[in-house]
Design a protein around this ligand. Structure first.
Ligand code: G3I
Ligand code: 9MR
Ligand code: ZN
Ligand code: CA
Length: 536
């Protein structure tokens, strides 16, 4: 049977020498394959096996010698690379993306290359409905828009801090944009995340300890607006429970992680977390809704007990206070979904509990949580086993930001392992996740800008659309397939497509091709984790 190269799906950045190596083809029956070294010598031969649906998978994990090979299958050939550090450059770019998202400072060409731009959004923001203004410069633009939202910012910060805690050595080789950081030479993930921590601190109301939900213009500016040209007034939306709780959790986390590196920041963060926690204990558990005059991202969430859980466990980790433990207990007993999303955050709470000083926790409760964590991973492993590309995903999981859903699940395995909760499927799930992200998927799409043989070229990202550089900012993870077709262009072009193919590399497709800080942040952790595990 003959196969077009378009029906052969590989990790376009290659494979680690010691890692699992797999490729996929769209074909109904097994096909023989060979890998040829430069010069044409066949160094590995095998046969594909059915993977599910229309797909076959081929495994060449036994081939470990670094090199560039030609994979020949069904009469077609595609290049395949095996090398140490295959993901080093993409990890660096995934982390540097956060520097590209920086608001309020100029990105000099010496750091940002052709994507340099002047300072943006430096004017103070007006508290909605009041005459008061607050200066909340800095931080990261959320996504393809220029809004800065507390809730997803807390997730992104938490991921980077966890990445640093779990996998510091692969991250140590990353090179943030030194010139834009007032405190260069912190461990890279902490140097980068520090900007968002400082911005988050400015989102707290000093009077009450409550935290503003977001700062943005009233509506999204046109897609071709450069950051420094987005001059509409900035509005601070009201303090919300979700913002205050996720802020509290992220600041408590930062207080612990920055303590040895930046004690002054750590102590500000600890103080801010305490004040936010006090607000929560008085506060009103009401979901945030966009005020009538505001049309930017809502980040609304009706279930807020998981946010309180995360804040309480993070405070327990920071303070060891038995009063926090008393608050954690009943919340840990609830059957909240164990996720790492921007709206479902209970697993962050469980992780914080398991990272708290053992003396501040209860052994039987820890054991119970470890059991729940394991059974979550069992469920993901079962999904992965049934999936043609080995992913812990169902069709229903390909929603807006599906790449985050997948990366979060891979992250659950890696963080579990860093906490001593081993699962036999970890390596495979993590490698499959990175393979999928970097091109081993039914579209042969590398979902990261600037990387792979078929990278995302037209992300819904205002700075990239508005500049006159051909290529988009590098290192950005696109949202990925979304079977719910939630923008005009996908409804027009993708109706009836299978879930994993409901994606289009078009700048207007905000529901499949936008980028976001909290889609890059789990990618940083997962790629760093894979580098640490795949190279022995
Ligand atoms: O979780 C539900 C699921 O239960 C349901 O069955 C399924 C069917 O619709 O969808 C899932 O909900 C989706 C939800 O995301 C999951 O997080 C919604 O359909 C989907 O509309 C919603 O999309 C969010 C989108 O904003 C629209 O509100 C994305 O998560 C969120 O990442 C995105 O965030 C935007 C900001 O608003 C503005 N800035 C850019 C950013 C990225 O696109
Ligand atoms: O650009 C906006 C993107 O950042 C959001 O995620 C998305 C959903 O809220 O909305 C985008 O803005 C679009 C708006 O919703 C509808 N008109 C076209 C806008 C894109 O330019
Ligand atoms: Zn800005
Ligand atoms: Ca929630």
């Amino acid at each position: 049977m003959s196969l077009s190269p378009k029906s052969i799906f590989v990790n376009q950045l290659g494979y680690l020498t010691g890692g699992q190596k797999r490729f996929w083809i769209r074909a109904r029956s097994p096909l023989p394959f060979v890998l040829q070294a430069a010069g044409g010598m066949a160094v590995y031969a095998g046969i594909t096996s059915p993977a599910g649906g229309d797909y076959q998978a081929g495994d060449f994990s036994a081939l470990c010698a670094p090199g560039t090979y030609q994979l020949e299958v069904g009469g077609s050939r595609v290049p395949v690379v095996i090398r140490r550090g295959a993901y080093r450059d993409v990890l660096n770019a995934l982390l540097r993306f956060f520097d590209y998202q920086l608001c309020g400072v100029a990105l000099p060409a010496s750091e940002a290359g052709p994507w340099a731009h002047g300072p943006c959004h430096t004017h103070p923001a007006q508290v909605l409905g009041e005459a008061r203004t607050v200066s909340c410069n800095g931080g990261w633009h959320d996504a393809g828009d220029y809004g800065k939202y507390t809730v997803p910012a807390a997730k992104a910060v938490a991921d980077l801090l966890l990445a640093h805690e779990c996998f510091p050595s692969p991250l140590a080789e990353c090179r943030p944009m030194e010139a834009v950081h007032p405190t260069p030479h912190l461990p890279p993930a902490l140097e980068v995340a520090r900007e968002e921590v400082v911005w988050l601190l400015s989102m707290q109301d000093p009077e009450t300890g409550g935290v503003y939900h977001k700062v943005s213009t009233a509506a999204f500016p046109p897609l071709d607006t450069r950051p420094e040209d987005d001059a509409a007034p900035l509005v601070l939306c009201p303090i919300s429970y979700a913002a205050t709780a996720t802020f509290c959790a992220a600041m408590a986390h930062a207080a612990v992680v920055y303590r040895p590196f930046d004690p002054a920041l750590a102590s500000c963060a600890a103080d801010a977390a305490r004040r936010a926690y006090a607000w929560l204990l008085r506060g009103d558990m009401r979901p945030f809704r966009n005020p009538a005059e505001i049309r930017t991202g809502e980040y609304g969430d009706d279930e807020l007990r998981d946010e309180l859980l995360w804040a309480s466990c993070a405070m327990l980790r920071l303070t060891g206070d038995p009063a926090c433990h008393a608050l954690c207990e009943p919340l840990l007993d609830l059957d909240l979904p164990l996720e790492l999303g921007w709206a479902d955050v209970a697993l962050y709470g469980v992780i914080a509990y398991l990272m708290a000083p053992p003396g501040a926790t209860r052994t039987d409760l820890r054991a119970k949580l470890v059991q729940r964590f394991k059974s979550l991973l069992d469920d993901f492993a079962a999904l992965a086993k049934a999936h043609p590309f080995g992913l812990p995903m169902r069709d229903e999981d390909f929603i807006w930001g599906s790449n985050m859903v997948l990366l979060n699940r891979a992250m659950s395995f890696l963080v579990a392992e860093a906490l001593g909760v081993y699962h036999p499927a970890t390596r495979a799930v993590v490698q499959r996740t990175v393979d999928y992200l970097l091109g081993a998927n039914p579209l042969g799409q590398c979902y990261v800008t600037g990387f792979g043989t078929n990278p995302v070229c037209h992300p819904h990202h205002r700075p990239s659309v508005a500049d006159d550089v051909g290529d988009p900012v590098p290192g950005m993870v696109a949202g990925g397939p979304n079977r719910n077709l939630q923008d005009e262009i996908t409804r027009r072009k993708l109706a009836g497509r299978p879930a994993m193919e409901a994606y289009i590399d078009h700048q207007d497709s905000y529901s499949t091709n936008e980028v976001a800080i909290y889609w890059n942040s789990p990618a940083v952790l997962v790629v760093a984790g894979l580098m640490e595990k795949g190279e022995r």
